[in-house]
Write a protein that binds this ligand. Structure first.
Ligand SMILES: *Cc1c(COP(=O)(O)O)cnc(C)c1O
Length: 340
């Protein structure tokens, strides 16, 4: 069966690199949403815990419950089913609707819209939002924002950062006026963190960098990260493909000599995005994936029993015209994980 291997030393290398930049591992919140970007929620949560990470970010309560005992604080980004919550959980408030929905005494982080305009409160709405929290007896534990183009070479990052600093000052003065404790402030994701020389907010939400990627403009002084995940497949059968014979759907690959080929047990049904045979993909050992990827298997010019399909998804991201996030996140959660 195909499987995913998680490289523990690469993972720890990345967490250490992030820690060195941010200066304190207590400031790191590992983003584990969507099955830890396809790496396996529990596997990655346990490793992060072993490294000493205390904060995590997930998408919903279901994910949070699975890792509840491994972290001191878990930020839940978007959930509409908040019947059951624990004191470890902190819920992101994305708008006035959220304030109405939440049960009393819930810990909340207010999302500030500093320019991405997906969700969150504008600066002029913050005072009303905080009063709304008080009325509903919600506990303000954090205030955060998200950058829309920290990975690109533009001044937008600086503009959003200055809007967030204004929001921070504003929230601090509102809290002082109302005798509320000052919440934690956080803004950076992976690419934003590495654009700060000195990150002096309380927390950063680190997703992709912990997994070994940073799809950032190479002009920035990017750290050396190591991809954590590799995908492995097992041989189903080997056969000979004679010169001029074709293999797979549409006969996209044509042998220009007699070659030995094998099918391996991974396909787009496992979330390994379909290569359509137009662009050549080579495995890390230099084997060619031949023609189109099928639902449950692929043809490769190898006879090995087990092969590594990828140990770095940058090339696949390029071929599929997407970002490394999508290549790892679409992998089927049912693929077995092995931590080494
Ligand atoms: C997914 C997400 C992150 C992590 O982003 P990376 O680019 O993977 O580091 C941080 N903050 C929010 C709000 C997110 O949704």
């Amino acid at each position: 069966m195909a499987k995913i291997i998680i490289n523990k030393s690469h993972y720890f290398h990345n967490l250490q690199t992030i820690t060195n930049h941010i200066g304190d591992k207590n400031k790191i919140a590992v983003v584990l949403k969507d099955n830890a970007y396809g790496h396996g929620l529990l596997e990655i949560a346990k490793l992060a815990n072993e490294f000493g990470i205390k904060n995590a970010v997930v998408r919903n309560v279901e994910e949070a419950k699975k890792i509840e005992t491994l972290f001191e604080q878990i930020l839940i980004l978007a959930d509409s089913n908040l019947e059951s919550y624990s004191h470890t959980f902190h819920i992101a408030i994305n708008g006035f609707e959220d304030i109405k929905r939440l049960p009393e005494k819930t810990n909340v982080h207010l999302k500030v819209d500093t320019g991405m305009h997906r969700n969150g409160f504008l600066l002029e709405e913050l005072e009303e939002a905080i009063h709304g929290l008080l009325e509903k007896k919600l506990i303000l534990t954090g205030v955060f924002t998200h950058f829309r183009s920290a990975d690109e070479l533009s001044c937008e990052f600086f503009w959003q950062r200055s809007v967030f600093i204004q929001a921070k000052n504003l929230v601090e003065s509102i809290c002082e006026k109302l005798f509320l404790p000052i919440p934690k402030f956080h803004c950076a994701n992976s690419s934003a963190l590495f654009r700060f020389k000195n990150y002096n907010f309380d927390m950063a939400r680190i997703g992709i960098a912990q997994y070994g990627y940073l799809d950032t403009n190479p002009i920035f002084d990017n750290p050396e990260l190591k991809p954590v995940m590799s995908l492995w497949a097992n041989k189903i059968v080997t056969r000979e493909l004679k010169k001029n014979q074709k293999v797979g759907y549409s006969g996209k690959f044509v042998a220009d000599e007699n070659i030995k080929i094998s099918t391996y047990d991974v396909g787009y049904g496992d979330g390994f995005l379909r290569l359509n045979g137009d662009k050549q993909y080579y495995t890390p050992k230099g084997y060619r994936v031949l023609g189109k990827v099928s639902m449950d298997n692929i043809s490769v010019d190898s006879i090995e029993d087990e092969i590594c399909i990828f140990d770095d998804v940058k090339e696949l991201a390029k071929i599929h015209n997407t970002i490394s996030y999508e290549i790892t996140t679409t992998l089927n959660p049912n693929l077995p994980k092995e931590v080494r």
